[in-house]
Ligand binder design. Sequence first.
Ligand code: SAM
Ligand code: SF4
Ligand code: SF4
Ligand code: SF4
Length: 395
Amino acid sequence: MPKLSLNNLGQFKLPEDFLQRRNLDPSADYWLDERDGDLIFHPCRPDAKKIYIEVTTVCNLNCQTCIRHSWADPIAHMKEETFNKILDSIRAFPALDRVVLTSFGEPLTHPRILNMIEKLRELKLSVTIGTNGLLLNEKISRELIRLGVNQVVVSIDGLKPETYAGIRGAQLNEVLENIERLNTLKRQLGVVNPTLGIEFVAMKSNQEELPGLSELSTRLGAVRTVVTNLLPYTREMNADKLYGYEPASPFKISGGPVKPGAWVKWGVTELPRMHYGAEQHCRFVNDYAIVVGWDGGVSPCYALSHSYQYFTVDGVEKQVSRLTFGNVNQASLADIWMSEEFVHYRSEVRAFHFPSCADCDLRDTCDLRAKNEACWGYNPSCADCLWAQDIVRCP
Ligand SMILES: C[S@@+](CC[C@H](N)C(=O)[O-])C[C@H]1O[C@@H](n2cnc3c(N)ncnc32)[C@H](O)[C@@H]1O
Ligand code: SF4
Ligand code: SF4
Ligand code: SF4
């Protein structure tokens, strides 16, 4: 640890090798923060690496599992001017190279989705779309290929037509045909992108079909299969979840060989943790991600990007209120990202400076916990977050 001394003007000089190692511009500004008596310097840097854009909250389906059974947020498309503000702002982040177009709606319902993708691709950004796949017709598939979309992640929560229809109210054969047509078009055009991902929400009612997922991913050429647990937005969903407090082994499914292009590759399967544990790691904050909602509101993650109810790991009903640190229609993304409040919040999350509500004796009756706050005073609380537990995952 280098030793620093204040000079008589109250100034520190940061050692040269420290500035270089941390890639810090000597003229950078810092927020001076305190936590539990420690002093912390946060450099103000536009160092976001990934952006999730909620282009819409409109959807063509009404899945049983969806957050829309538990919220009263507006159902609307992102306006073009809001999207253009994001585009203008993105250029200020030198390390930002990946955009994920999804969230709590169906991105392919947005009438200008292809135009949005085109503008993102002009900035040389890698684009991933998370979709239910039902609107993936030939015209859209050809356009996604032409625009060089990097990955399309399609939700398939059931391998039997009746399971899929029960959850999604749609026909499995339609989504499989759409994927197969996309694959045929890629083969005909001799391209590898968009690669295919599959996302499967595992619950009691479909867990028997999980072992068949590797075979389906291989058949469809999915390079990535993401299995997540259910985030229970209703009491019925809470009864259908598979995880709990008891240590449990991960699902026993593995990746398999796929042939997305000329060569055979090994498709990756990402599995969720199956039980609540001490270790917490926020993939949004630790991956330097930023989430922009349909109205331009900027949040740290999906979990805090809407207001809704859900049930904690021990079944306590919780009300979450949306957390935004600004709106791209009023300020640049970089200014919002480097604002005191957002910088401090990310620091609290990285340190996971929240109490352990899930094993507190007051957990069943605590009013603070019920409104997603906590007794250590820094709110909203991430204490119960199922994403930070890796129990719930996303692309
Ligand atoms: C909310 S959807 C939005 C994108 C698109 N409409 C779709 O369904 O793929 C994003 C992902 O969340 C998953 N999902 C839906 N309800 C969920 C829940 N209760 N818990 C965990 N994941 C869920 C979906 O299956 C999908 O893979
Ligand atoms: S398709 Fe996606 S956004 Fe639409 S209802 Fe289903 S999970 Fe929700
Ligand atoms: S917020 Fe409530 S439940 Fe959480 S640790 Fe504090 S007293 Fe316990
Ligand atoms: S820990 Fe959870 S609630 Fe907190 S920022 Fe990360 S995803 Fe959001």
